[in-house]
Design a protein around this ligand. Structure first.
Ligand SMILES: *[C@@H]1O[C@H](CO)[C@@H](O)[C@H](O)[C@H]1NC(C)=O
Ligand SMILES: *[C@@H]1O[C@H](CO)[C@@H](O)[C@H](O)[C@H]1NC(C)=O
Ligand SMILES: *[C@@H]1O[C@H](CO)[C@@H](O)[C@H](O)[C@H]1NC(C)=O
Ligand SMILES: *[C@@H]1O[C@H](CO)[C@@H](O)[C@H](O)[C@H]1NC(C)=O
Ligand SMILES: *[C@@H]1O[C@H](CO)[C@@H](O)[C@H](O)[C@H]1NC(C)=O
Length: 592
């Protein structure tokens, strides 16, 4: 449709700009309007924050790890990163224009060059300690952003977290010219935006495989680009215990895969502070009472069924091991553990995940303090266990999370404050909200990103080989970004129940994932989840489900930004589908 245009590059560029659909900003803002005028931007951009000049240079200073945050420091860091993304880590969008049309589509850097001169940031509310470790509903992430033809950008937000979100949207308005200069061709811009869900995150499993601190920090950066605000750090499991706990030193000494595969208290503080500075809250999960195997090597008194075989009768994955339910050593052990760990994580996070998934009752038959798998014996002990364990969390001013089995399978009565983490799909979210609990969803049919990669177990030739051929994993197939994008965690709920769904997490269980392949596992699929949770599955303007045809070009553009910023997201689709910015080129058309 563009071929009729004359070969005069000036004419062509004006015409192409005029018909380019608007792609900018992932996840899509609540309202956005853009124009087709051009502004250039360079190092001379002058930034103010609440009327005061805000000097910026990139790269922004690394976090010190200290749990002391000032609004100005937060905003200054966010400005430095936005400047880096705009001016340095940007991309030439050849893959978004028609084949070989880039040169004719770009604005001319020589003619009537108008500069973005000022970025005026106004924060209308005061941050508090709560702003930086908010529970769902406790921080206002909304913002307004406008960029005028005259070259002034204005950001208004109630909190510094809103300013961070606004700067992210701002950074997505700009492209790199093939000559190296930076421009936006979407001017004037007006955006008004706020999230639909308060808890928008990923589950990062740093226990089954080891991830360097740097790889975790990089993932936190990418979360912030997607306006995701939670990293659930699953930091212990049956296979390894990488977290150093000074009052229980044997946990990491015996439980980490290697002395080099440990997280010191300083590492954890750095991870959490780095995240806070990006509007992301990292909270940890120490799964209980299951998923506890390797700690037997450190503190054998508290662990039952260590290494029990055949393992599938006693646990979900080898090596087996479960906290004993009735041994006098367990309470003092957990008191010590929680006081040590939570005193250090509470300054940065409002939540602690207490686990509770896949508790195997047969393992309690090997626990001499229980001696049976009879649920009438075990159920009251589990009730007592979670009552006491959640009190340990509340003692530090934090809110406990649990996996859904605790309430739906073990029939444990939970405090009203507890947030239930659903993963089993089906009617679970409805059942949990019917009991009045807040819920986050990681429905494995949609939001388990580790699925569909084949089995990680080995099967010897013979019966096992024959039984498991062709070696699919339990939750095959893989969940592509379109499937991730199709899931509405509030679907089918009453209005009252829907309000209890505070968000969700894309899970990246790491049997098969480490820092060398995590980028393509998480991205762009967690970006798709990011738009569902920030913008909503249903477009409030139309009342309809958001369309892949609308999402694909924007996601494809955003993927290029992620790659330019150093995160190796998988493609959204091949350039044939992105060129011309028109998803209908790759649309499936049903037979008439
Ligand atoms: C923020 O704090 C300042 C200084 O304490 C005060 O003057 C101002 O009214 C506060 N603003 C809001 C919105 O609460
Ligand atoms: C409980 O243990 C008995 C005896 O070992 C076994 O037959 C039964 O299958 C177990 N029940 C469950 C639910 O695993
Ligand atoms: C929980 O309740 C359900 C439904 O009544 C029952 O099937 C299940 O056995 C109970 N679980 C335990 C651990 O008591
Ligand atoms: C959105 O999609 C879901 C799943 O395909 C469907 O059940 C639902 O009816 C759709 N909602 C609307 C408003 O079209
Ligand atoms: C996309 O391409 C189709 C088919 O060529 C065309 O009808 C449609 O107008 C195009 N859409 C946009 C937004 O350019």
């Amino acid at each position: 449709m563009r071929s009729f245009l004359s070969s005069s590059s000036q004419l062509l560029s004006l015409a192409v700009l005029a018909i380019s659909p608007v792609l900018a900003v992932w996840p899509v803002p609540e309202t956005i309007s853009t124009g087709t005028k051009v502004l250039w931007v360079d190092q001379s951009l002058h930034v103010t924050y609440n009327g005061q000049p805000l000097p910026w240079i990139y790269p922004c200073a690394p976090s010190t790890g200290a749990a002391k945050f000032s609004s100005k420091q937060i905003v200054q860091g966010a400005v430095a990163r936005a400047a880096q993304y705009v001016l340095k880590d940007n991309f030439v969008p050849w893959m978004l224009y028609e084949r070989n049309a880039l040169a004719d589509s770009e604005p001319s850097p020589h003619k009537d060059k108008k500069l973005l001169q000022r970025l005026v940031i106004t924060q209308t509310g005061n941050d508090t300690v709560t702003t930086f470790k908010a529970k769902a509903g406790e921080v206002d992430e909304s913002y307004k952003l406008a960029v005028t033809e005259e070259g002034v950008a204005r950001i208004t937000a109630v909190s510094s977290i809103g300013v961070i979100r606004a700067l992210e949207s701002f950074s997505q308005l700009f492209f790199k010219h093939s000559g190296g200069q930076i421009y936006s061709n979407l001017i004037p811009v007006q955006i008004s935006d706020k999230p639909q869900y308060d808890h928008r995150g990923i589950l990062f499993d740093a226990a089954r495989s080891y991830f360097s601190v740097d790889s975790i920090l990089k993932t936190i950066d990418a979360l912030a680009w997607n306006k995701l605000n939670r990293m659930h750090l699953h930091i212990s499991d049956a296979q390894s215990w990488p977290m150093e706990v000074p009052s229980l030193p044997l946990l990491a000494e015996k439980g980490a895969y290697s002395p080099n595969a440990r997280y010191t208290p300083e590492d954890l503080a750095l991870i959490q502070a780095h995240a806070v500075e990006r509007g992301v809250q990292v909270f940890i999960e120490i799964d209980t009472p299951g998923h506890w195997g390797i700690t037997y090597e450190a503190y054998p008194d508290v662990v039952a069924a260590w290494g029990a075989t055949p393992w599938q009768d006693y646990c979900a994955e080898p090596p087996c091991g479960q906290l004993k339910l009735n041994h006098p050593a367990v309470d003092p052990f957990l008191d010590t553990l929680m006081d040590d760990v939570l005193a250090r994580t509470a300054p940065y996070s409002a939540y602690h995940h207490t686990g509770g998934d896949e508790v195997n009752f047969n393992a309690f038959a090997l626990d001499e303090t229980v001696g049976t798998n009879d649920s009438t014996v075990i159920q009251p002990l589990l009730q007592e266990f979670f009552d006491k364990h959640h009190a340990r969390v509340r003692k530090h001013g934090m809110t406990p999370l649990v996996w859904e089995e605790v309430v739906l399978h073990y029939n444990v009565t939970l405090g009203d404050d507890v947030v239930v983490h659903s993963w089993l799909g089906g009617e679970s979210v409805g059942e949990i909200t019917a009991k009045g609990h807040k819920v986050i969803s990681s429905n494995y049919n949609y939001w388990y990103l580790d699925c569909g990669r084949g089995h990680w177990l080995n099967f010897a030739n013979g019966a096992a080989f024959e039984q498991f051929f062709p070696f699919n994993d339990w939750c095959t197939p893989a969940k592509g970004w379109r499937l991730v994008y199709s899931y509405d965690p509030r679907a089918g709920l009453s209005e009252e129940q829907a309000k209890l769904v505070i968000g969700g997490e894309a899970a990246g269980w790491s049997e098969y994932i480490d820092e060398y392949n995590i980028d393509t596992i998480l991205w762009p699929r967690a970006s798709a989840l990011g738009e569902v949770l920030w913008s909503g599955r249903i477009d409030s303007h139309t009342g309809q489900n958001r369309s892949q045809l609308d999402a694909a070009p924007r996601l494809a553009e955003f993927r290029e930004r992620m790659v330019a910023r150093g995160v190796g997201s998988a493609p959204v689709h091949m350039p044939f589908c992105t060129q011309g910015r028109n998803a209908t080129a790759c649309e499936y058309i049903p037979d008439a």
